[in-house]
Design a protein around this ligand. Structure first.
Ligand code: PMP
Length: 436
């Protein structure tokens, strides 16, 4: 199309005029993607970017991976119905088989899967309703800094907008440990606080239906839970008949260097919440849980869009590809290399307060070197400098001061170096701007 307004600027201008003030990525990333493959996105203006946002961690295989495209085309060309509510189909059957093959074996042995509405938040709602129905209890244990989604129950379980039925517990962290000690000791103090709240008859905390935990907090600022701590949470909940819900929406499908985030600790949750990568870049969400919890009445948790055939085909292809190509191991290896390189960079950059990560879920926390205060303006400047250098990154953390990398698990060594080079260049450039 020719004429004014058809190019990048016109599209961005119309977006700013017509779309909600709640838009997020669109504000900080003035990019109009028209083509994408793997790690690379090409804008309408012909510029190319290395995409380390990956659809907020959705694109385990990067953009338009051939196996994903082939799976989608296969369904389209077969004449199969695309919308089937929750009816059985060969596509769904294949997805479920692949999903069960990848679950922690102790859960897969006697599990049920529920297809929910298509977003992660829908699956969180389903999980919360399930455990409340199964136990008859209303209360929930959740963590500081958690993010579980934007619908009422999920938002209430998140750190930003608490619900009166939710008891907030400290999530372990080293740099900003609420007990001032960090490390295993800080995590253990959090575990003891949890026990004390549950066992003290005058703690004011009624017996809860469940505990919901992210094995590595993503939006909270890339905080991996120590394995020993996660095992403690499993023991504490199991001993008291409290269901453990693992929110694996972001950590699942190899992202953290194991197929599931809970695998690092060898923990088997009662409920797993899955979305993002399980749909192979298309909308899909499920919960998987111990059969014993399957107390629903028919239709107790419904949703029109529970049957996205294209997403199930794309998801099955993604799960199989990650399994067959051992991409979780690859993510662990590359993630270690990248965090080591970033820690090396931190030695020369006093504004880098901490480099954290597990697998290809990596965070660089920026802070004022003198006061230690989180530096959100500097983080925003780093994101801008990255974009100028053709690198798309995300911010997260309590104060939006953590630069986050969520590259596809298919990242090559050369691409990892290119990402690191651009970031290594962008951080001092942003620091030199002295943003306030
Ligand atoms: N849980 C976690 C751990 C997440 O990271 C997210 C999304 N970032 C959600 C739930 C919500 O998923 P959705 O945005 O698809 O509703």
């Amino acid at each position: 199309m020719a004429g004014a307004g058809c190019g990048t600027e016109g599209i961005l201008r119309r977006q700013a005029q017509r779309e909600s003030a709640a838009r997020t990525y669109a504000r900080s990333l003035p990019v109009v993607p028209v083509r994408a493959r793997g790690l690379t996105i090409e804008g309408a203006d012909g510029r190319r970017y290395l995409d380390c946002l990956s659809g907020a961690g959705t694109l385990a295989l990067g953009h338009n991976h051939p196996v994903v495209l082939e799976a989608i085309r296969g369904v389209l060309d077969s004449g199969a119905p695309l919308h089937v509510l929750d009816l059985a189909t060969p596509v769904k059957d294949a997805f479920t088989t692949e999903l069960f093959a990848n679950l922690p074996p102790a859960l897969a042995a006697d599990a049920r899967v529920q297809f929910c509405g298509p977003a992660g938040t829908d699956a969180v709602e389903a999980a919360l309703t399930l455990v409340r129905t199964a136990t008859g209890r209303r209360g929930l244990l959740a963590f500081t800094g958690a993010y579980h989604g934007m619908t009422a129950g999920a938002l209430g379980a998140s750190g930003g907008a608490p619900d009166v039925r939710v008891t907030r517990l400290p999530y372990p962290q080293d740099l900003r440990c609420p007990f001032g000690v960090g490390g295993p000791e800080g995590a253990e103090l959090g575990a003891r606080w949890t026990e004390s709240l549950l066992d003290d008859p005058k703690s004011g905390v009624p017996a809860p239906a469940a505990m919901i935990v992210e094995p590595t907090q993503g939006e909270g600022g890339v905080l991996p839970a120590p394995d020993a701590w996660l095992r403690r949470m499993r023991e504490i909940t199991a001993a008291r008949g409290i269901a453990l819900i693992a929110d694996e929406v972001q950590t699942g499908v190899g992202r953290t260097g194991a197929f599931w985030g809970v695998d690092h600790a060898g923990v088997v949750p009662d409920v797993m919440v899955l979305s993002k990568a399980i749909g192979g870049s298309l909308p899909l969400a499920v919960i998987v849980y111990r059969a014993e919890l399957d107390v629903w009445a028919p239709g107790a948790h419904a949703g029109t869009f529970r049957g996205n055939q294209l997403a199930m085909a794309a998801g099955a292809a993604t799960l199989a590809y990650v399994r067959e190509n051992r991409l979780a191991e690859r993510a662990a290896l590359l993630g270690d290399r990248m965090t080591t390189a970033l820690r090396g960079l931190a030695a020369d950059q006093p504004c880098i307060a901490e480099v954290r990560g597990r697998g290809l879920m990596i965070g660089v926390e920026l802070a004022d070197p003198e006061t230690g205060a989180a530096a959100p303006a500097l983080a925003a400047a780093v994101r801008e400098e990255c974009l100028d250098r053709g690198l798309i990154v995300e911010l997260g953390g309590r104060h939006s001061a953590v630069v986050r990398l969520l590259p596809p698990l298919t990242l090559t060594d050369e691409q990892a170096s290119a990402v690191l080079d651009r970031l290594a260049d962008a951080i001092p450039a942003a620091a030199a701007r002295r943003p306030r």
